[in-house]
Design a binder for this molecule. Sequence first.
Ligand code: FEO
Length: 398
Amino acid sequence: MGFSAVKVNERVYWVGAVDWAVRDFHGYSTNRGTTYNAYLILANKITLIDTVKAPFKEELLARVATVINPEKIDYIVSNHSEMDHSGALPAIVDAVKPEKVFASVMGVKALEEHFHFARELIPVRDGDTLDLGGVILKFLETRMLHWPDSMVSYLVEDRLLFSQDGFGMHLATGERFADEVALNLLFNEAAKYYANILLPYSNLVTRLLERIDSLGIAIDIVAPDHGPIWRREPEKIIGWYREWALQEPKEKVVIVYDTMWGSTDLIARAIADGVAEVGVAVKVMRLRANDRSDVMTEVLDAGAVVVGSPTLNNGVFPTVADVMTYMKGLKPKNKLGAVFGSYGWSGEAVAILVDELKGMGMEIVAEPLKAKYVPDRVVLTRAREMGRFIAQKIKGRR
Ligand code: FEO
């Protein structure tokens, strides 16, 4: 009925769904849509790896039907219980009546708490293997990457890693394979995904990659639950993850701010000019023109985060407060911080933001800059000096 499976190798097919229209993924802007990837393994025990978001269940079943009768599926493995991958699971279980449904120990709990299954789900543990009849599926728990239930499944004979959210990206394309998509687009969307989903668990990413190395798990294909499949050069995306997980700051300043009547905007632009003068990269991100998830993408490799807000009703401007809450949860590391803002009569926002950045472990490197009403030439010169100073501090860290 209009949908077809895509062959990944001699026994694995992609049978997921493309969501071209989604633009908001629990607060993460998905400007290029996404995919919910599910995979069919043709072995003696025919196995479905993950499902899709609930509204896409017919698309999954239709793709499976181009390879086999869906009722022939013996096993379903749920690598991750978040509903973009499990939403269709109850309906798929009803439709295909598999012999067994597997998930991690925490995954079984989470799926039961989501869907209140009447049937038994079978827990698998870290290092367990499942014989599909001549081919082996090995499970590795990846707790908190990025949910407690998360695990990955490794098809030993094909050296293929079903990596659930890991190595994924929100990118809807007609192409199913990374080697068919422009590398800079893959890099940018994978970085956005890492910054907004995996960043707080970076130490676990490093540990997992070390563990994969120490176990001698060779990976020829990375098949994630979102975005293209890496059937060639999977070391590219794995290498990006190794680097992002270290959170080593680059010579780059992100200025994130909002403005009421243009004063805080003027200061932001003068700071940016000072940063650029020193030869350090600068990204100026006025909120309401940039959303929180794009801000975090730029923060990922930044050396300094400079935050500006006017004072509104004795507090921080709402869009800036939103980004601070979001950023705090994602726990960026190794950043310098600085704060600025204009005010009319009370001017609390700057002090509040200083505390927020300190609370995130950032070192405040420059005297906060507060300007009453509209900044004059003196204030703008100070702003430019502030930019130069921050940029020099970043250079001095190397
Ligand atoms: Fe793609 Fe954590 O779900």
